[in-house]
Write a protein that binds this ligand. Structure first.
Ligand SMILES: C[S@@+](CC[C@H](N)C(=O)[O-])C[C@H]1O[C@@H](n2cnc3c(N)ncnc32)[C@H](O)[C@@H]1O
Length: 244
C-alpha cells in the first residue's frame, strides 16, 4: 500500500473557512495528528485514529506522521490557520531532511487561511500595502533578534502582524515589543487587537499604539500594527494603495 502525508491548515476557527481540499484529505485519512485543541476540531469516525500531542512536540509529531506514511497509512497533520505560517509544515521538512528516504514519500502541504488574513478581513484592508509578520515567541529564536526585526520593520514603514504576542511564560515580552515600536516612531499608528477571530469568542479592538496596553492581547490574539498611512472610514480601516 502507498502511504501519504498531508500537512493541512484548518483556518482560524470557523469550519466554513476550511478549504474543500482539506475537508477531502481528512475524509480520506487513516490518522490525524496535531496539537490537542486542533485535533479536537476533527469529527471522530470508525477507522480514523486521532493522535493528540503537546504544542512543543512538533518534531516528534512530524516524525510520527512520516512513519505512518512510510508504513502505508494516510496521515494528516493539522495546524491552525495555514500550516506554513509558524506551524507544522517546516517541522515536517526538518524531519525529512534528517531521514533521506522520507524524501520519496507522497507529502503535500494544503494551505489554510492564516490568522492575520482573517483578522485583516474583519476590519477592512489594513494589509493592503506592504506588510510583514513577526512571531513574538522566543522559543526558537533569541529575543534580541525579535527586537531587531520589530525596530527595522517599524522604521521601514511596514504594517506588522504580530503572532503569538503574549504567553504566561513571557508576560513582559509583549509590553517590551510595544515599547520598541513606540521608540521606533510608530506611536501614532493604529493597532488592531483581534482575538479568537471567526469563533464565537471573537473580539476586535482598535487603539493607537500610544494607548495600547499589553493586557489587551493573549495567545489567542493576533495584533496588527497598521502602517502610518492607514485611514479610518466608518468602522473600517484600510491601508491606501498609493504611498509617496
Ligand atoms: C503557533 S501560531 C499558529 C499560526 C497559524 N498557523 C496561522 O496561520 O494562523 C498561533 C498564533 O496564531 C494567532 N492565531 C491563530 N488563530 C487565531 C485566531 N482565530 N484569532 C486570532 N489569532 C489567532 C495567535 O497570534 C496565536 O498566538
Amino acid at each position: 500500500m502507498t502511504g501519504s502525508l498531508v500537512v493541512a491548515g484548518l483556518g482560524p476557527g470557523s469550519d466554513t473557512l476550511i478549504t474543500p481540499e482539506v475537508v477531502q484529505s481528512l475524509a480520506n485519512a487513516t490518522d490525524v495528528l496535531g496539537y490537542a485543541p486542533y485535533v479536537a476540531r476533527i469529527t471522530p469516525r470508525p477507522g480514523l485514529k486521532l493522535h493528540q500531542s503537546d504544542n512543543r512536540e512538533e518534531i516528534a509529531r512530524a516524525r510520527a506522521g512520516l512513519q505512518i506514511a512510510a508504513s502505508g497509512g494516510r496521515a494528516v497533520i493539522v495546524s491552525s490557520g495555514d500550516p506554513g505560517v509558524f506551524a507544522m509544515a517546516a517541522a515536517v521538512f526538518e524531519a525529512v531532511e534528517a531521514v533521506p528516504e522520507w524524501q520519496r514519500l507522497d507529502i503535500r502541504v494544503l494551505p489554510g487561511v492564516t490568522a492575520m488574513l482573517a483578522a485583516a478581513a474583519r476590519i477592512g484592508a489594513p494589509l493592503g500595502h506592504d506588510f510583514c509578520a513577526i512571531n513574538l515567541s522566543d522559543n526558537l529564536k533569541p529575543w534580541a533578534l525579535i527586537e531587531k526585526r520589530l525596530r527595522l520593520a517599524a522604521e521601514a514603514g511596514f504594517a506588522i502582524a504580530l503572532y503569538n504576542p503574549r504567553s504566561a511564560s513571557r508576560p513582559a515580552g509583549f509590553a517590551r515589543a510595544l515599547e520598541i515600536l513606540r521608540e521606533a516612531g510608530a506611536a501614532s499608528r493604529l493597532v488592531v487587537f483581534a482575538r479568537a477571530v471567526t469563533t464565537p469568542h471573537e473580539r476586535i479592538e482598535v487603539h493607537t499604539l500610544q494607548d495600547a496596553r499589553a493586557d489587551l492581547a493573549d495567545m489567542r490574539t493576533i495584533v496588527i500594527v497598521c502602517n502610518a498611512e492607514t485611514r479610518r472610514v466608518g468602522r473600517w480601516l484600510y491601508a491606501p494603495r498609493q504611498v509617496s
